[in-house]
Design a protein around this ligand. Structure first.
Ligand code: HEM
Length: 477
């Protein structure tokens, strides 16, 4: 109810005047601006403030700008903020509610401990040959699909790469999306099960901010586990793995052994496999696409990166090893700078499990308050980064990086709830960039967006989803 619109005034928290019913979220509610756009608008309005209040629909939402407070809420006082608000009702979203991302309290903690070994250094190293192989397939895919004018929409190959990498390491199948002209049936089934139309966009907004509407809509964010194709494939890949355990272990093996030992049910097993596919493929694909866009528009950075990669390739006798990949400093700088400007998950959400006095203040928020860390806005705040909209990998050079507050860089989140797949993402995104930049000179073509103003960002998705096909010119080397 709009009665709650007095909350921030009473507490002395700076805020914008709310509009009846919609608060400050009219555009986001009607899907005219993404949620991160709404947060950014409010964030920029109050420079220098540690906390800002916002009304999303009827809900008072706290925006945390102070990095000390981000640290307290996500790390030191994590036990008071262990859950995401983006956590659907099991009743409407049977499968999605059991995603690791959505699980709560002890159920989450238990699952996180069980799944974590899937991302150990040993496992990552074991998966590296398969990832390198996918990098080669990406190169073939670009070569095979580029037009006679050398132009190719980058979105397609990047999406296929993201799907295939996760299919292979976490679903136990080879999807071959990069080898077929049409999207593979697997790829279609995955994108079908998690597609953001108007209803899903509204349901996400309602789940976060308008519980009554969420319960009235009853729209599942993940289409129910309807796809018999995915179910059948998972059954087949499980049986195959039981019969023929692979030489090197991957994420799928970890999940399968949890099921085999009886530690998790069939339903929880399926949910975790789907978690990895949903959380891992789009994030990977979009990050590679944005990195290529940035490199195409900054040829001096691309040349510097290629020089580093060629030197490493020569030193390693032709094939860059897993160990070398982690020593490639400039590649790491490009990777970090891409995710600074384009953090696919542009905000973190937490819910207060009890009344809480905000650090370094006398402001008390009530149990149940939604607390949001506006990652995108922090990454582009001139208080934390000089010339923040500029793509400048040099800011991550060893001699400069120490000047950056660690809490001002949050593409993978913060604290115990941080992205479980971050090191896996690091490996497969870098591997894709490495293969592409060693094989092609990438440059803008007439249709390439010339600036951020030409990007179309999906207002429905809770991610930063750039909808442009991102055509680029690929010159084989
Ligand atoms: C560029 C790539 C990626 C980005 C930017 C990203 C970002 C994030 C962020 C911001 C969170 C929430 C962290 C928080 O609330 O503090 C998260 C959670 C998660 N991510 Fe990622 N992610 C990426 C890739 C991946 C990959 C490749 C996988 C798996 C294969 C993955 C699996 C997950 C899971 C399962 C969670 C939930 C963890 C939990 O709640 O315990 N992510 N990710």
């Amino acid at each position: 109810s709009t009665l709650r619109y007095g909350t921030w005034r009473k507490k002395g928290v700076p805020h914008l005047t709310p509009v009846p019913l919609f608060g400050n979220s009219m555009l986001a509610a009607f899907q005219r601006e993404p949620i991160f756009g709404m947060l950014d608008r409010v964030y920029r309005h109050f420079p220098g403030q540690p906390y800002v209040g916002l009304y999303a629909g009827p809900s008072p939402v706290l925006l945390v700008k102070s990095l000390d407070a981000v640290k307290r809420i996500t790390i030191k006082d994590f036990h008071l903020f262990p859950n995401h608000k983006l956590s659907p009702e099991p009743h409407y979203d049977k499968m999605f509610s059991k995603f690791l991302f959505c699980m709560m309290d002890d159920e989450w903690k238990d699952m996180r401990v069980r799944v974590s070994p899937a991302f150990s250094s040993g496992r990552l190293k074991a998966m590296f040959p398969s990832i390198r192989d996918k990098g080669e397939q990406l190169v073939e895919c670009i070569r095979g699909n580029v037009g006679p004018d050398g132009v190719l929409s980058t979105n397609g190959p990047c999406t296929r790469y993201g799907v295939d990498v996760i299919a292979s390491c976490a679903f136990g199948i080879e999807a071959w999306s990069m080898r077929t002209k049409e999207p593979s049936p697997y790829m279609n089934a995955v994108s079908e099960s998690f597609r953001f139309e108007f209803a899903e966009g509204l349901s996400t907004f309602a789940l976060l901010f308008v519980p009554a509407l969420y319960h009235a809509l009853k729209v599942p964010l993940l289409k129910e586990w309807r796809s018999t194709l995915l179910k059948d494939l998972l059954r087949e890949s499980s049986q195959l793995r039981e019969r023929e355990p692979p030489a090197s272990r991957d994420i799928f093996d970890n999940l399968l052994s949890l099921k085999r030992s009886g530690d998790v049910s069939q339903h929880l097993f399926e949910a975790q496999v789907m978690t990895m596919q949903v959380a891992g493929s789009e994030t990977t694909a979009k990050t590679i696409m944005m990195a290529l866009w940035m490199l195409a528009r900054h040829p001096e950075c691309q040349d510097k990166l290629r020089a580093e990669l060629r030197a490493a390739q020569t030193a390693d006798g032709g094939n860059i090893t897993y160990e070398t990949l982690h020593d490639l400093k400039y590649l790491d700088m490009v990777f970090k700078e891409t995710l600074r400007l384009w953090p696919v998950m542009p905000w973190l959400d937490r819910v207060a499990t009890q009344d809480y006095v905000l650090p370094d203040s006398d402001i008390k928020i009530e149990k149940g308050t939604v607390v949001m860390v506006p990652v995108y806005s922090i990454h582009r705040d001139p208080e934390h980064y000089a010339d923040p909209d500029k793509f400048d990998p040099e800011r991550w050079a060893p001699e400069n990086a120490d000047n950056i507050n660690k809490l001002a860089y949050l593409p993978f989140g913060s604290g115990p709830r941080t992205c479980i797949g971050s090191r896996f993402a690091d490996m497969n995104i870098k591997s894709a960039l490495l293969s592409t930049i060693l094989n092609f000179r990438v440059s803008p073509c007439a249709e390439t967006p010339k600036s951020e103003a030409e990007l179309r960002v999906c207002p429905r998705s809770f991610l930063v989803t750039v909808l442009n096909d991102m055509p680029l010119h690929f010159q084989p080397l």
